[in-house]
Structures are given as structure tokens and as C-alpha cells.
Design a protein around this ligand. Structure first.
Ligand code: NAD
Ligand code: TDX
Length: 332
């Protein structure tokens, strides 16, 4: 297959491209605008005969049309992805997540292209800490932030294009990813790189919020499974039973890096901060036979800490600008 990967210079997209090149015979074209979140260094070393990079906007209908004509399948990762940014400047989230996805769907409709849409568990809102239920494919949409509401909107567009126009699409909603190549604005890389620079981790609120962590390579294997074996029109939830509260994650990072477990600061909470996410991925496991490879979060986190320690040249250029943004919102 010739696969077009939107947002392939970002965190999860680049992990997916490496996963596809390592584990299949498919060829890959990345379409990426290289916003602040895209980094070509994340795609270094890929074989020239199986990989091509195109810089451009998913909202550019003429560019997208030409690329869809040349590819068998599209995996759509491109998005504005950071909740905190969506609170300070929502507009790019509407442009990319809504209009960008619409532009891709119109091209999929015209060319009959197989389309897989990447989304998030945040479309379901949040859970109480003691709720015994987890999110399933039947949980009603109830997004909280400008980011998650634009992701929810994009999911609904995909569903409508399947039903009304017969577009050959699937959707996946995944929980929080960690692993190499994640931007230093996000929780885990921000705290690791703070400690590596001799600064203290910053926990929002009291640190009781729970996220359901999955390694980006497990997200990639799930997406490839859905692309190859998923049923058109279906939604699959992706998760690896990795619930942890933020305080526990920060304490793990500090102790792995030889610091006292309480050497962190509590800072201004995120407005509208979702309390807990938790994914029930049994449909994907039962129907498509997928299972995660990283069952041990602490081992995966240790490997991720090592990666940031070994790859300072990858993250250092973005660290000061990222922390300056947080300083402006009282989250530094
Ligand atoms: P990221 O911010 O690291 O990467 C996004 C990429 O998209 C960047 O390379 C950026 O340059 C590119 N991009 C942005 N706007 C574009 C545009 N208009 N045209 C072309 N390219 C554009 O994001 P990520 O964390 O890798 O997330 C990827 C996808 O996975 C998103 O759709 C996100 O909603 C979803 N997701 C993320 C997580 C997570 O934990 N990070 C969890 C579930 C789902
Ligand atoms: O410095 C911080 N301190 C802190 O306590 C940061 C950056 C975050 N947090 C908290 C907020 C969240 O409870 O950590 C948790 C994780 O925060 P983020 O990394 O910003 O992720 P989240 O808001 O949960 O969203 C992520 O997972 C779902 C991705 O960014 C989304 O793209 C994805 O859809």
C-alpha cells in the first residue's frame, strides 16, 4: 500500500511512520505543515525508496486532491493537539481540526480513498475518580475544551461522510500517549526536561487528575491493525489499562532521575481541567485481536526518560519558548 500520513512530523505520527517502515512493506508519504509542533528531525534516517515528505496544509484543497489521487490509504494525525494552547488561542484548532478534516474528507469522497481518522478519548469528557465505568464506543460525546470540542466535531464529520457519502472511513479514539519525539509542552516531556535542566516539575492543581497512559508504539500497532482489518464505518477505542494520577507520574520521574519524590511545585490549575480518563479497549482486542506490547508503564517511562536524556539536541531548541508561554499563564 501507498499510505499518506497527515501530521507525520508530530509526536504520534512520526512514531507511526517508523512503526510502518519497520514492520510492513508499505510506502509512506508524510503531509505536514511543520507548525511549532512538527519536527523533521523526528523522521531522520527513513529509507528514501519508501518514504517521502511533503510540506503543506491539510486545508489546502488542491494539494490534498493531488496527494489523494496518488495514495491507497490516508491516516489522519494532523491536528492542533494541546489543550493549554486551545485555551489561549482557539482559532487554529477550528482551522486545522475542523476545516482541515473536512478538506481531507472531501478528497476521500472524490477519490474513494480508504481513510483512517485519529482521535482522542477527550471527546467523551471526564469521569469521577471512583466511577467503575470506563469510556466505550457507546459513551455519549461531552467534550470540555476548545481542543476536545474540535476533535469531537471532526469525528462527527467523519461519521456523516461515511453515512451520507459512503466514504470508506474508520475512527479510533486513543488515551494519553507517551514515548520518544513528544513535544516538551506536554506533561511527561515537560517534567522530564525540567528535571534534566535542574528545574522543578510543575503539577496543575493538586495532581489528582488521572490519565490512562499508552506507549506511542502501541497506539501505532493498533492504528495499523484497524487500517488493515477494521470494519468500515466503525469506531475503535485504543487503550492499554494505564491509569495513573499526575502526582504519581511526577514522583516516578523525580525518583528515576535521582531527586526527592516531593521536589515539585503545585501551579495554577488548567481551566476546565478534565478529572479522569479511562478507556475500555475490549472491542479492538476482541474483534481485531490487538494487544499492547508495553504492559509495564514504569519500564516504558524509564525508557522514555533515557530517550530525553540522550536526545537533548532534539528538544532543547523548543524548551525556552515553551516555558515562556507557561510563564504567561501562571503555569510555570
Ligand atoms: P502533535 O502536536 O505532536 O503533532 C501534530 C502534527 O500535525 C505536527 O507535526 C504539525 O506540524 C502537524 N499539523 C498541524 N496543523 C497542520 C495542518 N494544518 N496541516 C498539516 N499538518 C499540520 O500531535 P500528537 O500528539 O502527535 O497528536 C496526533 C494526533 O493524535 C492528533 O489528531 C491528536 O488529536 C491525536 N491524539 C493524541 C493523543 C496524545 O496523547 N498526544 C492521544 C489521543 C489522540
Ligand atoms: O505542566 C503540566 N502539568 C500538569 O499537571 C502539564 C503540561 C500538564 N499537566 C496535567 C494536565 C493533565 O491532567 O497533566 C495531564 C496531561 O496533560 P497534557 O500532556 O497536556 O495532556 P492532556 O491534556 O491529557 O491531553 C493529551 O491526551 C489526549 C494530549 O495532549 C491530547 O492531544 C490527547 O488528545
Amino acid at each position: 500500500m501507498k499510505i499518506l500520513v497527515t501530521g507525520g512530523a508530530g509526536f504520534i505520527g512520526s512514531n507511526f511512520v517508523h512503526h510502518v517502515i519497520r514492520n510492513t512493506d508499505h510506502t509512506v508519504t508524510v503531509l505536514d505543515l511543520l507548525t511549532y509542533a512538527g519536527n523533521l528531525a523526528s523522521l531522520a534516517g527513513l529509507p528514501e525508496d519508501r518514504f517521502e515528505f511533503v510540506q503543506g496544509d491539510i486545508g489546502d484543497a488542491a494539494l490534498v486532491d493531488g496527494l489523494f489521487a496518488e495514495h491507497d490509504a490516508v491516516v489522519h494525525f494532523a491536528a492542533e493537539s494541546h489543550n493549554d494552547n486551545s485555551l489561549s488561542d482557539p482559532r487554529p484548532f477550528l482551522d486545522t481540526n475542523i476545516i482541515g478534516t473536512f478538506t481531507l474528507l472531501e478528497a476521500a469522497r472524490k477519490h474513494g480513498t480508504r481513510f483512517h481518522h485519529i482521535s482522542t478519548d477527550e471527546v467523551y469528557g471526564d469521569l469521577e475518580l471512583d466511577d467503575p465505568e470506563r469510556f466505550t464506543e457507546h459513551t455519549p460525546y461531552n467534550p470540555s475544551s476548545p481542543y476536545s470540542s474540535t476533535k469531537a466535531g471532526s469525528d462527527l464529520l467523519v461519521r456523516a461522510w461515511v453515512r451520507s457519502f459512503g466514504v470508506q472511513a474508520t475512527i479510533s479514539n486513543c488515551s494519553n500517549n507517551y514515548g520518544p519525539f513528544q513535544h516538551v509542552e506536554k506533561f511527561i516531556p515537560r517534567q522530564i526536561t525540567n528535571v534534566l535542566r535542574g528545574e522543578r516539575p510543575k503539577l496543575y492543581g493538586t495532581g489528582e487528575n488521572v490519565r490512562d497512559w499508552i506507549h506511542a508504539d502501541d497506539h501505532s500497532s493498533a492504528v495499523l491493525t484497524i487500517l488493515e482489518k477494521g470494519e468500515i464505518g466503525q469506531t475503535y477505542l485504543i487503550g492499554a489499562d494505564g491509569e495513573k494520577n499526575n502526582k504519581d507520574v511526577v514522583e516516578l520521574i523525580l525518583t528515576r532521575l535521582g531527586q526527592p519524590a516531593d521536589a515539585y511545585d503545585l501551579v495554577t490549575d488548567r481551566p476546565g481541567h478534565d478529572l479522569r480518563y479511562a478507556i475500555d479497549s475490549s472491542k479492538l482486542r476482541r474483534e481485531l485481536g490487538w494487544a499492547p506490547a508495553y504492559s509495564d508503564f514504569e519500564a516504558g517511562l524509564s525508557a522514555t526518560i533515557e530517550w530525553y536524556r540522550d536526545n537533548e539536541a532534539w528538544w532543547a531548541p523548543q524548551k525556552d519558548a515553551t516555558e515562556a508561554k507557561y510563564a504567561a499563564t501562571g503555569q510555570a
